[in-house]
Ligand binder design. Structure first.
Ligand code: FAD
Length: 281
């Protein structure tokens, strides 16, 4: 297995002190696997500004795993983004996940000065030069608002040309869509690593709702089996673990440059897959 592959875990900032403590305990457990980095999401419009900042600084400073904040541009002014970039830079943070973001319903139309993630990538480069390794989002099954697949990969290419170093995909349950996406992007001359985002399956109804919203397709054969388990969470988890492990095996065998786990602030579901795959520790 290539030494250059990278493995990472994503968290979301919690609302309560108890939730935060739990997150840090999960992070301590995951840190024993020596991941390349942790990342922490950002509520578009700045709703989690302080919580994301504090979580990232603690993951990086106390738990000692390099941590990458997500940063989205809709709803934030350039001045607000600049302040945050400087805070992260001064704290020694070296990686950032640059996104457009989705404003929560009720927050109205996007009011930021930057409309798309490629503009945010350019802004980060203008403001901070080469300080940050910039990650961007990729959508093997197409971003739900894209007009068509061709437009979406052209927009993805624009982010890479603006200065993104690598990408993390939206989660998916079909390895072929990842390989097809990568192949099509390479034909546009874009060579940045595109790391699959991996969502462990733990709860079917939540997953179905979430997948509808973000445009990730649950294949019929997986959906039908998960539905058949009803409330039997143990069976859902065991089956989900098997399906995702097999998909990750195919992804890695097919040349994926690493895996990024959407941990959902839990250790076991991601670690079960990590252990099944015998990933390096
Ligand atoms: P963009 O790349 O800007 O694309 C958005 C849409 O606009 C696409 O349909 C694209 O085709 C189109 N488009 C792009 N550029 C142009 C252009 N110049 N002209 C016309 N059309 C264009 N959301 C959060 O709020 N917080 C997070 O922390 C967060 N983390 C994420 C992490 C990952 C790995 C992923 C995959 C998604 C994450 N999201 C997060 C969700 C993301 O913000 C949404 O999917 C959002 O709708 C799009 O963000 P983007 O950066 O991909 O946008």
């Amino acid at each position: 297995m290539s030494q250059e592959r990278r493995y990472s875990f994503e968290f979301f900032p919690t609302k309560t002190e108890a939730g935060h403590e739990k997150l840090m305990n999960v992070a301590r457990q995951l840190a024993t696997y020596n991941p390349d980095f942790f990342s922490c999401t950002y509520g578009a419009g700045g709703s989690t500004r302080d919580r994301t900042l504090n979580t990232v600084l603690q993951l990086d400073g106390e738990i000692k795993v390099p941590a990458a904040p997500h940063l989205s541009c809709v709803g934030d002014s350039k001045a607000e983004l600049r302040d945050l970039l400087n805070l992260y830079k001064d704290a020694g943070i070296k990686r950032i996940v640059a996104l457009r973001g989705d404003l929560p319903s009720g927050m109205g139309m996007a009011s930021g000065e930057l409309r798309y993630a490629n503009e945010l990538v350019s802004f980060i480069r203008e403001e901070t030069g080469d300080h940050f390794h910039i990650e961007v989002a990729a959508y093997p099954e197409m971003h739900p608002q894209a007009r068509n697949f061709e437009d979406d990969i052209a927009n993805f290419a624009r982010k890479a040309k603006a200065g993104a170093d690598s990408a993390i995909t939206q989660y998916f349950f079909n390895a072929d869509c990842y390989f097809y996406f990568v192949e099509r992007v390479r034909k546009l001359g874009i060579e940045i690593p595109i790391v699959p985002g991996i969502m462990p399956i733990t709860n079917y109804s939540k997953l179905a709702r979430f997948s509808d919203a973000c445009g990730a397709e649950i294949p019929r054969w997986v959906r039908k089996q998960l539905e058949a388990y009803g409330d039997d969470t143990d069976s859902i988890q065991a089956y989900g673990e098997q399906v995702i492990t097999e998909m990750c095996e195919r992804l890695l065998q097919g040349g994926a440059p690493g895996l990024h786990f959407y941990s959902m602030n839990q250790a076991e579901p991601s670690l079960a897959i990590w252990n099944n795959l015998k990933l390096p520790r």
